[in-house]
Design a binder for this molecule. Structure first.
Ligand SMILES: Nc1ncnc2c1ncn2[C@@H]1O[C@H](COP(=O)(O)OP(=O)(O)O)[C@@H](O)[C@H]1O
Ligand SMILES: [Mg+2]
Length: 235
């Protein structure tokens, strides 16, 4: 493969990414120099003990926070030097983020929660709702479009959150312990959705988990330890 092709197949690339939190007198080095690359269509699990820096890394990868130092490229653009507005635009166009605790808006029903990223992308409301309904079909929840979060089970809320993450057709899906608040059977259903998206749409997926059975479903496992990469293995 020539250089150009190799470059084009790289979706994400981090170089010596560091994040230090300052808490009064204390400096917490949450990430101490993370370098890795992610190819188009990879399905990666990030594992590691509590406090090893998994969520910090995911927030940087998802453009929800900025690094203290180091570089981070998405499709060849250095995100580490972007301002908040530019980051928000990249996030809205390219990234879907799924949280352990769903983070749905309690006063919006399922369809309006899912439609929100379309409205941020300045799409018309009718168009956004139509796309939201289509996207709810992917997670098989079109029959719950009018339900508010409190009227949905945990697994259903997470499926709504996945639809919200998918509505702008992201090429990168990031999920921080997406099955952590769910029972095993429900968690398995959520994993089936991720696997299908990766297989059928070639969506690049990076998923944090501390469950070995979940990590085993990925193509590659990156293990974090104390803010550094302890191992990075294709399986
Ligand atoms: N916003 C924050 N402010 C200060 N310290 C933080 C913050 N977020 C995380 N940390 C600290 O950074 C380290 C890594 O945390 P985190 O990335 O949440 O780990 P993990 O997700 O692997 O459990 C921990 O020591 C944690 O206490
Ligand atoms: Mg975490």
């Amino acid at each position: 493969m020539n250089n150009l092709l190799t470059k084009e197949s790289i979706r994400l690339y981090t170089d010596n990414l560091k994040k230090t939190y300052i808490m009064g007198e204390n400096r917490i080095e949450a990430l101490k120099g993370i370098s890795f690359e992610v190819k188009n269509g990879e399905f990666i699990a990030i594992t590691g003990t509590s406090g090893s820096g998994k969520s910090t890394l995911m927030h940087l990868l998802g453009c929800l926070d900025v690094p203290t130092s180091g570089d981070y490229f998405i499709d060849g653009e250095n995100v580490a030097t972007m301002n908040r507005n530019e980051l928000a635009t990249i996030r809205n166009r390219k990234i879907g983020f799924i949280f352990q605790k769903f983070h749905l808006l309690a006063d919006l029903n399922a369809i309006d929660n899912v439609a929100l990223p379309q409205l941020y992308a300045k799409k018309a409301e009718t168009e956004a709702r139509e796309k939201a309904l289509q996207t709810l079909k992917i997670v098989q929840l079109e029959n719950r479009a009018d339900h508010f979060p409190f009227q949905l089970s945990g697994g259903q809320q997470q499926r709504v959150a996945i639809a919200r993450a998918l509505i702008n057709d992201p090429t990168i899906l990031l999920a921080d312990e997406p099955t952590g608040n769910l029972d095993t059977t429900t968690g398995e259903a959520i994993m089936n959705i991720f696997r299908r998206l990766n297989r059928e749409r070639k969506t690049t997926i990076i998923l944090v988990t501390h469950e070995p059975e979940i990590a085993a479903q990925a193509d590659r496992v990156i293990d974090l330890r104390d803010g550094t990469i302890k191992s990075d293995n294709r399986i």
